[in-house]
Design a protein around this ligand. Structure first.
Ligand code: ACO
Length: 323
């Protein structure tokens, strides 16, 4: 059977770092409060010359270099983002153009913080369905542009950045020993809309709007939803938490990450955490975390890696990969 195997990775961060100390000068908060409640110590903020497309392009080029490929080798550019450069055309098409591609196809995927997991599952279907041989899967965000910088309950949590993976079609045996995506599980429930949303949009206010969140309500649902979908991935593959080499969670909040890992019986040394460095970069957070753990040699070829995310919608999902 055809499997979607990871061939390369890349990441990009804005030039500007914003520490918790700097946030203390903007809103009534403290480094101590932010670190204790979230684990975040700093985040990156896009400058005027940096956009979702420019960061996405940079991450894509890094992934192509890492894979030893060129844009000519890519059939599909799939971008997960909730902060597109324009309402339309899709920012993925913008990135495709920036890469000099006039072949293939490109589109955006919008599932907020679960965007990268949704994009990986979708790319896998395009590869296994024979539509594409190689897919550039990108998560890129500029959440700084939709934050209310006077609202301390949200502006301290998010950051900007991009990460990318290249998935490639390869023959597998159909067992969990195969390299590539082994299973994907996606969920959504729109009854939770009011707990995490942006209060604007082209069809309603005609404005971009700002992120609004009931943090405690999100927290209350997060661990249960995340663990449910990870357990579904274990069940579908006959694997267990003990078989896992790495859990690479969406980097929203240290307490959500720790709570989910504990409930699943995954020891902290198998969990990749970068929320301290990047804050919550929404759809970019998983590929950014992967890029750190791949660059420092933690994740190796053959490792069993679980990606998971939960976010606005609510949406949530998990993807199990043999690296
Ligand atoms: N600095 C200082 N004090 C603050 C800040 C801040 N930045 N923000 C809120 N507070 C205050 C509140 O006003 C409140 O004060 P009060 O008691 O006088 O009313 C107090 O701190 C406690 O507020 P809570 O909201 O109860 O704090 P909590 O412990 O729940 O932590 C947090 C808030 C960090 C947002 C938490 O609820 C959380 O992590 N929720 C998950 C949300 C999340 O991660 N969303 C990301 C998007 S979704 C996703 O990616 C999964």
């Amino acid at each position: 059977m055809i499997r979607s195997v990871v061939r390369g990775y890349g990441a990009a961060l804005p030039k500007r770092v914003m520490t918790n100390k700097e946030l203390e000068t903007l809103v009534d908060t403290s480094d101590e409060w932010i670190v204790q409640r979230t684990g975040i110590r700093q985040r990156y903020i896009a400058g005027d010359d940096e956009t979702t497309a420019s960061l996405g392009e940079q991450a894509a080029r890094a992934a192509l270099d890492n894979a030893g490929l060129t844009p000519d080798d890519i059939d599909l550019v799939l971008l997960a983002t909730s902060t597109p450069d324009n309402t339309f055309p899709a920012t993925a098409v913008n990135i495709q153009n920036r890469l000099g591609m006039t072949h293939g196809y490109a589109f955006d995927m919008q599932a907020v913080c679960s965007g990268f997991v949704y994009a990986m599952a979708t790319a896998d279907l395009h590869i296994r369905g024979g539509m594409a041989k190689r897919v550039l899967v990108i998560g890129a965000e500029t959440f700084s542009r939709i934050l209310d910088w006077t609202d301390r309950t949200t502006c301290v949590l998010f950051g900007d950045g991009a990460g990318a993976l290249i998935l490639e079609a390869a023959e597998g045996e159909g067992t969990v020993a195969d390299r590539g995506i082994l299973t994907s599980h996606l969920r959504s429930d729109g009854s939770h809309k009011e707990k995490l949303y942006v209060d604007g949009g082209p069809s309603t206010t005609g404005t971009v709007g700002h992120l609004r969140m009931e943090g405690r309500e999100v927290f209350k649902h997060a661990v249960g939803m995340i663990t449910d979908v990870i357990e579904a991935a274990f069940e579908a593959t006959g694997t267990t938490a003990e078989d896992l080499d790495w859990l690479v969670p969406h980097q929203a909040n240290r307490r959500i990450i720790d709570g989910s890992a504990k409930k699943l019986g995954i020891p902290p040394e198998k969990v990749v955490v970068t929320v301290d460095l990047h804050g919550n970069t929404s759809a970019a957070s998983i590929p950014l975390a992967l890029s750190v753990a791949l660059a420092d040699g933690r994740i190796k070829k053959g490792d069993l890696v679980m990606l998971e995310a939960m976010g606005g919608g609510f949406t949530w999902g998990a993807v199990l990969i043999r690296w």
